[in-house]
Ligand binder design. Structure first.
Ligand SMILES: [Zn+2]
Length: 444
């Protein structure tokens, strides 16, 4: 039996069914699961002193392209729109291989961990030079984060009128076979699972209609989730109307891409009917506010989505379209952006934090995560609010208004991934050194 006791937290934001908030509270985690919440709890195991801290559920990241961590702030892409940005970066990504995938995934996940994230999905849609999905799975396992990798894909290259160079696309039969391989090898549906695999063609404009449909059939056959990009910007809507003769929501519905086992990234341009469709079908959304700002895509209608009952989580998106990967700052950005569009009362700090925790867990169908309640997994972020960033705050639990941007401790399944503000499970210095070498080689 392994126990960790988080003791004397100034504030505990549980995000449980009644959104309970406690002062001076303890949380006991036993064998990866929350065993008790209260005061005066004791243990013979490890103790984390949380006086001066706010304790929240671990944050959940619902959209990322971890491999892009090696191509942040590439000069030619810094100020380009989505399609131009992609065309700048494709030739660089075409030179990646297994080691670049491992190192970039570990970097991106370490950055997320420091910003309070305990569960991340990833969308890897290119596999050059022998790269495989498991390069990222091994990176996450070593670091100790809960991981939902998705087997992405592109099949329409330049010679077929697509955007990516031909050498980055795959044959559709090969894509489906590899989806089967990685689901069979790595997907764990059990409660408390540390790895769940999804199926994720890159976007409606980078694969065929047939592959979209086949991917949905395969995912349902295997009982795994489906993920893609949808309705990201005006170009995206125009493309859908011109090529498919319908809006993205209709396209998704026709091909089996709505339902509680589906989540779409961005959805900046969903209209009222599409919002209703997503609410009715329990289709999830990964809201990526920094990426939407960075690429000038627009402001996603998160307020109307939430009001209609759509499941919304947060995503930092790829590290080349953000270019940061800090999830608590992403939550702050989500709050600010709704206020830009709809006024100061459009989203509170607590609601944005709820989207970042419980909301993301709901999108990923992780009903065992995203809240601090007895029986849920021991995924907890501990924020030190005794420092300069929180000084003067009358409500330190309103973390997104004034508070730290990195955690003091992070526990995943009860294990310390961040301890005293540093990653405890891997040698981050060695990782940064290796990353520098790889980036220099890519620049050469
Ligand atoms: Zn994306």
């Amino acid at each position: 039996m392994q126990e960790t006791l988080i003791r004397n937290a100034d504030h505990l934001l549980t995000m449980d069914d009644t959104r309970r908030e406690l002062s001076g509270a303890d949380v006991l985690i036993r064998d990866g699961q929350i065993a008790a919440i209260g005061t005066g709890l004791s243990t013979t195991g490890e103790i984390i002193e949380a006086r001066g801290c706010v304790v929240t559920p671990g944050l959940v990241n619902t959209h990322h392209h971890l491999y892009q961590s090696l191509t942040r702030a590439v000069p030619g892409g810094q100020d380009a729109l989505l399609f131009g940005w992609l065309q700048t970066l494709y030739p660089i990504w075409a030179r990646f291989g297994p080691e670049e995938m491992f190192v970039s995934a570990q970097l991106g996940l370490a950055e997320l961990a420091l910003s309070g994230c305990t569960l991340s999905s990833d969308h890897l849609y290119l596999y050059p030079n022998g790269a495989r999905l498991e390069d990222t799975i091994h990176a996450a396992a070593e670091l100790g984060l809960r991981f939902h990798p998705t087997r992405g894909a592109m099949s329409i290259g330049e010679s077929d009128g697509g955007l990516p160079p031909d050498r980055l696309v795959e044959r559709e039969a090969d894509i489906l076979n590899d989806c089967i391989r990685v689901v069979d090898a790595f997907h764990d549906p059990a409660e408390g699972s540390m790895c769940r695999v999804g199926i994720a063609p890159c976007s409606p404009f980078s694969v065929s209609r047939e592959l979209m449909r086949d991917a949905a059939l395969l995912a349902r056959d295997k009982g795994v989730m489906l993920h893609t990009h949808l309705a990201e910007n005006d170009e995206d809507i125009a493309y859908s109307l011109e090529k498919f003769g319908c809006r993205p929501g209709q396209y998704a519905e026709d091909l089996g891409w709505t339902g509680a086992d589906v989540w779409h990234a961005h959805c900046v341009k969903l209209d009222g009917q599409e919002i209703d469709l997503f609410a009715k079908t329990r289709t999830g959304v990964a809201h990526c506010p920094c990426s939407n700002c960075r690429l000038g895509s627009g402001i996603a209608p998160v307020r109307p989505m939430r009001d209609a009952g759509v499941k919304v989580g947060l995503g930092v998106d790829g590290s080349a379209s953000n270019d940061a990967g800090n999830l608590v700052l992403e939550a702050r950005q989500a709050m600010l952006l709704q206020r830009v569009a709809r006024g100061a009362d459009a989203m509170s700090a607590r609601e944005a934090l709820e989207i970042a925790t419980r909301g993301g867990a709901e999108v990923l169908n992780r009903h065992d995560c995203g809240q601090i309640a007895v029986g849920k997994r021991g995924d907890v972020a501990i924020w030190d609010v005794s420092g300069i960033e929180s000084a003067g705050s009358w409500d330190p639990a309103a973390l997104l208004l004034a508070g730290p941007v990195s955690v003091r401790y992070l526990l995943v399944e009860g294990r310390q991934v961040v301890r005293d503000g540093r990653v405890a499970t891997i040698d981050t210095q060695a990782l940064v050194t290796r990353q520098t070498q790889l980036v220099q080689a890519l620049m050469a």
